[in-house]
Design a protein around this ligand. Structure first.
Ligand SMILES: [Zn+2]
Length: 388
């Protein structure tokens, strides 16, 4: 059963300039819980007292979701997370030869001892705690190192191994395929009788985060990390609404309340200062807006002519934009919304001309403006009739 881990409060706060106050963090966590997110990653308690306090408060809110915290592979970090009362701790430690040699000054065996000691410590303090171990930058680390540390971590008690594409390096369909990577890692673990859950953390540096996450899912990953607006380091990670929508619409899952996503996105956007582009998939203002005349004409007959996702899944309606691209079909359709079904073809053309005129100035005619255009055109028509 696939689980979605939302990391808006942890990874998302690593977006330059983004900071959520404690009460905003709690409000975001509540919205995520209402949507049905399976795991909420709330932060790294050792970073600041403020983060520690918000992790603690969220952990004590009796959410349906599993509440998690981040920790380095250090007993102090883990103890702090345990003290917060979380259900889940994500421990990370990179095991690439390069990082071991230049940063940690340890060999692989020493690193494995440190990692497994910390995992055993966490489990000894709370046997029910769910432990995820992440070999940071997994996909660019030596595969044999990843296999060795994963085996040791699971034997020490880790429940989840997370494959991190920390730099957004993977490309679907190439020799850097996430599908192949997850398949190989699962084989190595399963063939030794080890069956941890496999999680995946995909960064979006090349714009492939969502595609790589789906590749991982197809290969058997059971947890996908995401965040609202894809917030995170650099180009961020998988976008929460996009992964939920695709899994629902295309992969037959039905786990989440998608109609609550819009409110969450508006809230996070306003409190992060990160705007939602109009053409942003799923959530953008224009994500379900038809514009060109031929599109509107076809979509008004049958929406699937120019849509492959149903806006009703999100509790939204498709809309039609009136501007210089509009055709007479768009105008007739829009007129029907404002009760002007009896306007003569001649006046409909005048409305179209005026809409195109406004559109050429780079503006869009909203439905609320349309009655005023119609009123003007009707008055102008009467005036011309009188003066004949
Ligand atoms: Zn990350």
């Amino acid at each position: 059963m696939l689980q979605i881990l939302d990391s808006t409060l942890r990874e998302g706060e690593q977006t330059p300039g983004v900071y959520f106050d404690k009460h905003i963090k709690l409000a975001i966590a509540k919205m995520l819980d209402d949507i049905g997110v399976d795991i909420i990653e709330t932060g790294h308690p050792s970073v600041t007292q403020e983060i520690h306090d918000s992790v603690q408060i969220i952990a004590h809110n009796n959410f349906k979701a599993i509440v998690g915290a981040h920790a380095r592979s250090l007993k102090d970090d883990v103890q702090l997370a345990l003290n917060c009362g979380v259900d889940f701790i994500g421990i990370f430690y990179c095991v690439s030869d390069d990082r071991l040699n230049t940063v940690f000054k340890k060999d692989l065996a020493e690193a494995i001892i440190q990692i497994t000691d910390v995992i055993k410590f966490a489990k000894s303090q709370n046997p029910d705690i769910i432990i995820r171990y992440t070999p940071e930058d997994t996909v660019r680390s030596e595969f044999s190192n990843v296999v060795a540390v994963s085996i040791a971590a699971v034997e020490a008690g880790a429940d989840i191994i997370s494959v991190a594409d920390t730099t957004g390096y993977m490309i679907p369909g190439t020799d850097r395929s996430m599908f192949d990577y997850i398949s190989k890692l699962k084989y190595e673990l399963n063939s030794r009788g080890l069956n941890p859950k496999i999680a995946v953390h995909c960064h979006n540096d090349r714009g492939f985060a969502l595609a790589n996450a789906l590749d991982a899912y197809r290969a058997g990953a059971e947890i996908i990390d995401a965040s609202v607006l894809g917030l995170g380091e650099r180009a961020g990670i998988v976008d929460l609404a996009q992964i939920m929508m695709v899994l629902t619409a295309d992969f037959g899952l039905n786990n989440w309340k998608l109609d609550k996503l819009d409110e969450l996105y508006q809230f996070v956007s306003s409190h992060s200062g990160v705007p939602i582009p109009g053409n942003y998939p799923i959530i953008g203002k224009h994500a379900f807006t038809h514009c060109a005349g031929v599109h509107t004409h076809a979509a008004a007959i049958n929406p699937t002519h120019y849509e492959s996702l149903d806006p009703q899944l999100l509790g939204k309606e498709r809309t039609f934009s009136l501007d210089h691209m509009s055709g007479i079909a768009s105008i007739k359709y829009a007129l029907s919304f404002i009760g002007e079904t009896k306007l003569s073809p001649e006046l409909q053309l005048e409305v179209l001309a005026q809409v195109k005129n406004i559109g050429q100035k780079g503006k869009v005619v909203e439905l609320t403006e349309l009655p005023h255009i119609v009123h003007f055109i009707k008055q102008n028509y009467k005036h011309k009739q009188k003066s004949k």
